[in-house]
Design a protein around this ligand. Sequence first.
Ligand code: MG
Length: 173
Amino acid sequence: MVIFVDMDDVIADTYGKHIEMYNTEFNKNLPLAHFKSGEVWQNVPEMHQDSIRKHARTDGFFRTLKPIKDSVLVLKEICQKHEVYIASAATQFPNSLREKSDWLDEYFPFISWHYRIMCGHKFILKGDLLIDDRTLNLDKFDGNTLLFNSPHNAHDNGHERVSSWNEVGNKLL
Ligand SMILES: [Mg+2]
């Protein structure tokens, strides 16, 4: 199979990074469990929301994300069996292109630059499966889809869900 894998909130913990930065900035201690649904900014007082919206434009934001649990090990195995491409909407934030590339070099060196698609729209991709946390991307993909759980997609429907990389591994290995 040709498989496309998103980065933010699929292999890179962007949501967690927003929480971490918010906690530091406003001297809070909100755990992930506090965020039942919606974007991080939608779960904080209105006067703080603008600051969260600026995170992704901060230098180093994408370079310092933590890999999602088990994503490295499981994806490495999946790569032995399938043709895997990273497909990440990187053109939205100009600083992210270099940072995402360096981040992949560090955590996913087994996925070379030939297999990294830094893109805008994903509906242009043609393949068998897209793993993404945004229904916006999955809805328009002309193939099978897996919706990777995130608080922000808690109320979304229409796609098979996965909540961990072990679950993805069970389906694809
Ligand atoms: Mg994403």
